[in-house]
Design a binder for this molecule. Sequence first.
Ligand code: GUN
Ligand code: FE
Length: 436
Amino acid sequence: MNGAMVFCGTVVHSTKNEYMTILEDTVIGVHHGKIIFIDEPGNVRTLLQAHNIDEDCVKHLGKHQFLVPGLIDTHAHAPQYPNCGKGLDSGLLEWLEKYTFPTEAKCQDPEYALEMYTRTVNCLLRYGTTTASYFATIHYKSSTVLCDVIEKMGQRAFVGKVNMDTNSPDFYVEDTDESLKETERFIQNVIGRKNNLLKPIVTPRFAITCSMKLMSELGKISRKYDIPIQTHLSESLNECEAVKKLFPEFANYTSVYQEAGLITKKTILAHAVHLSDCEMALLKANGAGISHCPNSNISLRSGLLDAQRVISCGIKIGLGTDISGGYSCSMLDAMRMALGVSNVNSIIRQNYQPIDYKQAFMMATLGGSRVLGLEDVTGNFEVGKDFDALVVDAMTESSLAGVEDCDTMEDIIQKFIYLGDDRNIIEVYVAGRRVV
Ligand code: GUN
Ligand code: FE
């Protein structure tokens, strides 16, 4: 069989029933980018024969190597990449005015965007992010440039042209009708590419910079094209106060979006740190998901999300880097930060059970795929899903994540999550195509 790949070795993933399953001595078969079997190695010969696959297609993973699903970043601002690691001296609203809007405004120039987006997507792929949900900018042209770059590099992604028509600086704001027109033009552009890996997403920035008319019309557009929605919700207390002042007739922040038709089963809400029980119930009832962005929440001092509460409410939850509110593009960092935030919650509260590294791993993989509505396509190694995967080597020559002889496979995987970096990610696949 042409174009087939078979991996033999340790496979780590989340399943419906377990946050993490470690399958030592496993074989995974891939054909046309999809997983065609996952089984025990004793059956390798039979499997190869049954699927008419040549022995040459078999790859044996080394002693400290294993396969994990491609990592899923459910919330990233691609145009903010140049701002990563600087300007974190103020809280959210001041930070947006002072650093974020001026940085994004540079994408007025598509040539700048091309060079910058190429570095951004390359960085995410290097770190093992096979799927990302991106905010671009308000500019139609540069948003299509981000799509060009993603297509060329082979990442799986959602891309949204950002909408903002009020409470924004003169140099970075849209007219409401123009914003809607350009959004439809962008959506049609992305759909017209007929690329299965790349999808448009409706992207009102947040309630402060969007009029009710704009948000409601965007809700209609998402229904017209049957596409998802992403926005920010309840990130910082100052932001929540500002929303209360702008929309005094609503009971809470979430209700503002609900009124606009933006709270759906295809909605990704970034942050959602300061939600009341009533708002949580609204999200649950409508099937919306949360993108937990712990690095950002700590770096901008926005607050401490209670991820355990979200999980126990049965609300979908994934992790996001939120570059550049979060300073790191790495989903390994997002997992560690999620563990750190949860540990802080356990220190400041009584009887609080923090999340463990297996839950963090689930949020970075299968959880993310659920939030993005891609659970039938990616997130773990089930037969029929696309092969989005990383080959990890926990002990490369250049890597600091030392492995001791006494370490079990579970120890090695923990070391990768806590200490690993891009040097340990030696191969990256999206739908069976090697992209790094
Ligand atoms: N809220 C509205 N816009 C943004 C943004 O760009 N980053 C973050 N972290 N929060 C936001
Ligand atoms: Fe964000």
